[in-house]
Write a protein that binds this ligand. Structure first.
Ligand code: PMP
Length: 404
């Protein structure tokens, strides 16, 4: 036939799509109840507030500056406001040159790997980890290696062994309400991670989009707050606290590292959308984030509780699952001996019962686990949560019965 033969770069030629992004295509059917993505509850997105702030900004004397090209490092007022904002994570003693406004946490991961990862370089990750970090790493031809973890965080012995064995460039972690497990590392674990990585000259990327969504338990300081040598880059995002469509987050790091990430960002998107940055800056200065968080958390806690109740009621007794203190996800598993492959059966569940989760298989750097799945509770309504888990329960009970 005629047509172009596309000869892709080595970097991308073997890349599959991000599993979750691909799932979204399956979920176009409006009847499907999705526990798959990590979308905030739609009704919590602050439309009136954003309309009001935008109107104020666009009728102010700063309007044209906001619509002009801006600095790559970010909108200065927001960078200054972020110095104050990150005190809530225990991050002190920084100035504006330690800050970079990023187009979502996702870009912070991208710019970090862009800055540090050569082809073949090892990046250590918790196993399982946020799957987009694996996807981004692949685009830089880095090699993810999983570190064992438990309820209190990373297995420090395994971390040290793997640092010695692989000489990794970066350790990537989501230490608070991790995606996908919902787990939170203890204070001691964070200190140990900061000390060990400093000792061996390993960069840490601390990805923290969820810690503000805490319903119960005590706040834990960031790993960054224990950073004595400048090896930890901390990123957070306004996606889960304000609105993901604004595509705005904050990176805090050593000045040299922030400078390198800035150079990378110049090539990527010049700067984060100035209107989004100005809206968030206005919000932080004139509204109460804490008040908004209280409202959000009430909604999410109610949904999490509804999902846990539905799981108890409808899922087979063999299903084990977490009860996170915050974040957006419940992680569940069937014992491997039961032979349930959550990836393989997924299309059937969507077709037959119109319910979706994310199979855990895609979250692993090491050996994939096909017996796990992640459930999001923020996207569906309370009725859908009950209905969807009921259908999922029926589906898995049928599967288990067929195996006996
Ligand atoms: N890191 C983690 C752990 C996430 O779960 C997400 C989004 N779900 C992101 C980063 C990226 O989010 P955003 O780019 O919207 O800030």
């Amino acid at each position: 036939g005629i047509g172009m033969e596309y000869v892709y770069s080595d970097r991308v030629k073997n890349l599959g799509g991000n599993a979750i992004r691909e799932i979204f295509k399956l979920l176009q059917d409006p009847e499907v109840i999705s526990f798959a993505g990590g979308f905030p509850t739609k009704t919590t997105l602050p439309t009136e507030l954003i309309a009001d702030i935008t109107n104020k900004l666009m009728t102010s004397d700063k309007a044209q500056d906001i619509l002009q090209y801006g600095e790559t490092e970010g909108y200065r007022p927001l960078r200054l406001a972020s110095i104050d904002y990150v005190k809530r994570y225990g991050i002190e003693n920084i100035d504006i040159d330690n800050t970079l406004i990023i187009s979502g946490g996702q870009q912070g991961i991208d710019l970090t790997f862009k800055s540090f990862v050569n082809k073949g370089d090892v990046v250590l990750v918790e196993d399982p980890t946020y799957l987009a970090s694996l996807h981004i790493l692949k685009t830089y031809e880095g090699v993810p290696v999983g570190v064992k973890s438990g309820d209190n965080g990373l297995d420090i012995k395994d971390l040290e062994d793997k640092i010695i064995k692989y000489n990794p460039k970066v350790l990537y972690v989501v230490p608070t309400f991790s995606n996908p497990t919902g787990r939170t590392y203890s204070v001691e674990n964070r200190k140990a991670i900061a000390e060990l990585t400093a000792k061996y000259n390993v960069m840490v990327l601390e990805d923290d989009p969820y810690s503000e969504l805490r319903f119960s338990g005590e706040r834990v300081p960031s790993i960054k707050s224990f950073d004595k040598v400048g090896n930890v880059t901390y990123i957070t995002s306004f996606s889960k606290t304000l609105a993901p469509g604004l595509r705005t987050g904050i990176a805090i790091g050593a000045k040299e590292v922030i400078r390198k990430m800035t150079i990378g960002k110049q090539a990527t998107d010049v700067h984060t959308c100035s209107l989004s940055q100005a809206i968030i800056d206005y919000f932080l200065r004139n509204n109460s984030m804490d008040e908004r968080l209280e409202e959000l958390k009430a909604v999410y806690l109610e949904k999490k509780t509804a999902m846990l109740n539905a799981i108890k009621k409808y899922m087979p007794a063999e299903f084990r699952y977490t009860n996170p203190d915050g974040g957006l996800f419940i992680y569940g598993e069937f014992d491997e001996s039961l032979g349930i492959n959550t990836l393989e059966v997924f299309p059937e569940l969507v077709k037959k019962y119109k319910v979706a989760y994310v199979s855990g298989y895609s979250f692993y750097a090491g050996e994939n686990k096909f017996n796990t799945l992640r459930l999001n509770y923020s996207n569906a309504s309370l009725e859908q949560i009950d209905d969807g888990i009921c259908k999922m329960g029926k589906f898995f009970k049928e599967l288990l019965a067929a195996k006996q």
